[in-house]
Ligand binder design. Sequence first.
Ligand code: ZN
Length: 297
Amino acid sequence: MYADDEITADRARLAGRITELHGLLTQPQFLPADAHMLSGVALQTPDLAPDGDPMGFYAAGGKVVMPVAGLKFIEDLTMAYAWRYRQQRTLEPLDEYLAMLRWKPESEWPGGAYLDPLEAFGVPPGAWERDARLAELGTSLRNEAWAFVLAHELAHVLYAHPGNSAPAATSQANEAQADAFAMALMESTDTLPLGAFLYFQATVAFYTSRADFPSDDAYARWQREQATHPVNAQRLMAIAQQLQLWARRAADEDRRAVLFDIGDKMEQFATGLKDPAMQQLVVRRAVYGDPLDLQER
Ligand SMILES: [Zn+2]
C-alpha cells in the first residue's frame, strides 16, 4: 500500500512517537507490581512485517515488534475517520473501505494499486496542519489504537506467551489474557478506547473471519484447530464486557457515557461478525463496490 519512500519519510517520526507512548504507558504508577519490567522491554520498528502482514504487530523473544507500515496505516485510518467526523459525514464507508482491502483484488483497484486511507477518503494533504481540532482528534484516536496494540503485545511479553507455536486453544486463551491486560492498562492510564475499536474494525477486515468459510461448522472447526489470533465475536464480546465494567467504575458522567457507547459499538460489531448473511453482504459490497465512490459518500 505504501511506496518505500513514503515509509522512509515517516520512519523516524513514527518510531519516535511509539517509543514515547511506550514510555508513557509503562510508568510505574500505571503498572501492577509484577509488570514493572515492561518499561525495559525492547521495542523494534522494522519497516515491514516479515510475513507481509499489512499491520504485523507481534511479540517474540521478550521484544515487541511494531512495523512502521502498520503504525502508518493505523495513523492514516484514524486520521481519515477524524476527517470525516469533522466534515459531519457518515462513518460507514470506513467499514466498506476496510472490507474492500480484504476482498477486492488489488488489480481491480484504480490504477491496479490499493488506495491508502487518506487517498481513499480524499483527505487533502496536510489538512491536519490547517485544522487544530482535526489534528487533535486524529492524534488521540491514533494514540488510543496504538496504545491498545502496544499494551496487548507487552502483555504477551509479561506472561511469556509462546506465540504462534502454541495449540489454537492455548493461543486463544493467551489472546484473551493479553486483551484483558491491555484494557486494564487503558483504564489505569485513562486512555479512551475508541481508537482501539477502530483498530479492531481494521483487523477484522484483514484477517480470516466467518465470511471465509462455507458454514458455521467449518468456521468453528478452524477456530478450534488453527486460529491463533482470531478476531472473533467472543473476543470482542469479552472486551465489550470489560468496557461496561469500566464505565460503571468511571466517576465522570460524560466519560461513563462514552465508555458505554464504545462498549455498545463493540457488541454490535461482534454480533455482525457472527451473522453469515451480514458477512456475505459485506463481502459482496466490497467485491462489486468502487473504491472511488467512497469519498463521495
Ligand atoms: Zn496477541
